[in-house]
Design a protein around this ligand. Sequence first.
Ligand code: SF4
Length: 215
Amino acid sequence: MNEIKRMYYVKKAKRVVDVLNKRKYNAVYVDTLEQAKKIVLDTIEEGSTVAMGGSVTLREMDMINEIRNGNYKFFDRFAPGLTFPEEVEVYRQGLLADYFLTSTNAITEDGKLVNIDSSGNRAASMIFGPKHVIVVAGYNKIVKNLDQALDRLTEIAPMNCKRLKNHNNAPCVPTGECVDCMVEERMCNYISIVQQGGKFEGRFTVILVGEDVGF
Ligand code: SF4
């Protein structure tokens, strides 16, 4: 990325981190995904139970393998060979995890985390259930306000439909355009907005990364 452009985005990301801290998340800015990964792994105590939302960002961090191979009890929704009902059962168990790892679809400049979800496990887990929530997001997720956040959800949903086999037949996959479908493969079933992070002190950590990661 052009250096001036990057400097602008980094400044904005740091401003948003300040806002997030004022809104009672534990927020931190880091330059790289590797630094974010170290913070995540340093934060989760050995022996903890861990659940994870579906996330390109976490995949780019190789977080599934890190947790799978670490000294944790992983509610592994990604385990090869799981049927969908089995996967859903893992979602249910993960609702009581010590840590829930996820990204977010949009972060508004005034500190709201906005997400779209198919089964609702990520939306639910961010709001209540797991004792701690750790959010890792690239600075490309920052948007001005709630309207832009909702626009962003509609823009990225077709990409996620293309990425996820259960949603490959959604009508937006070949066109890249949302038609508010009603097909079985619809991905856009739940939208959550986290307004602030302070209801349970220390529950929310947000790591904002100065890289373009995830969708
Ligand atoms: S509502 Fe349907 S068409 Fe629109 S993005 Fe979601 S899955 Fe695609």
